[in-house]
Design a protein around this ligand. Structure first.
Ligand code: UDP
Length: 316
């Protein structure tokens, strides 16, 4: 008689957040047992409302800076507020979450011989002097600015991941995630895509910080989750870091114009001061992801914005 394969137990820290909730859903769909850990600082129960009915979904309300222990096969370490407004609200907590959160995820992986994925970030490149950014670029990061709690914390987490890999042989997977957008972003997230959409839908002024010529590359959430799963499932020799993002590059003015057109909004642009250490340009070089994972984003910005605008229209 053929035995039913035992389900994998997969921990997602930050599982009630924007990316975490999409990841939990994708893991359940492929048949895993999912443990979602979140302290609900920036994650929201509404994001996982539908998943809670699934018998293979467990929710643990816990702060990742405190150690925890239970059996796992895989860990996706996503826990940390990721929007500048959120992570700068309590920068000391942000730094602790990135660094102690990484230590606790890595200790759990070591104890149970589990694979562990780190959600690193394009912020490790700081205000980059090389464009587009390849993984080999070490970055241009202010060590004591307002963004440092996140940038340096995430850099510290990468250091810890590689030291656990070299010192203890832990199987690590590091993705550097570039700006991602889609349903389940927080209404009060403060990030550019959600801000512009909410302002456009309410016919309020669109808040452009600085001259609006700074650029970002926006990846639709479904593309990103597909890339994350491919990286986790890649061979043990693939540690990363691997950039995951959409190489399409847009200025904030171009983004505003797209949102206004798709939302059929009459909002006007309003120029406001640029926040501290705001990177001028950002665009991933995804050659490595294409080569190692055969991954590239498939959703154009206009299509992803349509989906996201529909989501916000539904909840506002
Ligand atoms: N931004 C803006 N208006 C907003 C929110 C953000 O012009 O209402 C700008 C912000 O200054 C930055 C870019 O949009 O240059 C992306 O900001 P976000 O906070 O989304 O992400 P990050 O700076 O971390 O890439």
């Amino acid at each position: 008689m053929k035995r039913t394969p035992v389900k994998k137990t997969v921990l997602v820290t930050g599982g009630a957040g924007f990316l975490g909730s999409h990841l939990c859903k994708a893991l359940l769909e492929r048949g895993d047992h999912v443990v979602c850990m979140d302290n609900l600082i920036s994650g929201r129960l509404a994001n996982i409302q539908d998943l809670k009915q699934d018998p293979d979904f467990d929710l643990i309300i816990h702060d990742v800076t405190e150690p925890y222990n239970f059996y796992v096969d895989e860990i996706f370490n996503l826990a940390c507020p990721a929007s500048p407004i959120f992570y700068q609200r309590d920068p000391i907590a942000t730094y602790k979450t990135t660094v102690l959160g990484a230590v606790n995820a890595l200790d759990l992986a070591l104890r149970w011989n589990a694979k562990v994925f780190q959600a690193s970030t394009s912020e490790v490149y700081g205000d980059p002097l090389i464009h587009p950014q390849p993984e080999s670029y070490w970055g241009n990061v202010n060590p004591h600015g307002v963004r440092s709690c996140y940038d340096e914390g995430k850099r510290g987490a990468e250091t810890l991941f590689f030291d656990y890999f070299r010192q203890h042989g832990v199987c690590i997977k590091i993705a550097r995630i570039f700006n991602t957008y889609g349903p389940n972003m927080n209404v009060d997230d403060g990030r550019v895509v959600s801000n512009f959409i909410i302002q456009a839908l309410q016919n309020e002024d669109i808040t452009i910080y600085g001259d609006g010529k700074q650029t970002r590359s926006f990846c639709y959430v479904d593309d990103l989750i597909r890339g994350m799963l491919l990286l986790m499932d890649s061979g043990d020799s693939v540690t990363g870091p691997v950039n995951l993002g959409n190489p399409g590059e847009f200025s904030m003015i171009e983004l505003a114009e797209k949102v206004l057109k798709i939302a059929e909004s009459s909002s006007k642009l309003k120029y406001m001061p640029l926040p501290g250490d705001d990177p001028k340009r950002r665009k991933p070089d995804i050659t490595l992801a294409e080569k190692l994972l055969h991954w590239e984003p498939a959703v154009p910005l206009d299509d992803g914005l349509k989906q996201t605008i529909e989501y916000f229209r539904g909840i506002l």
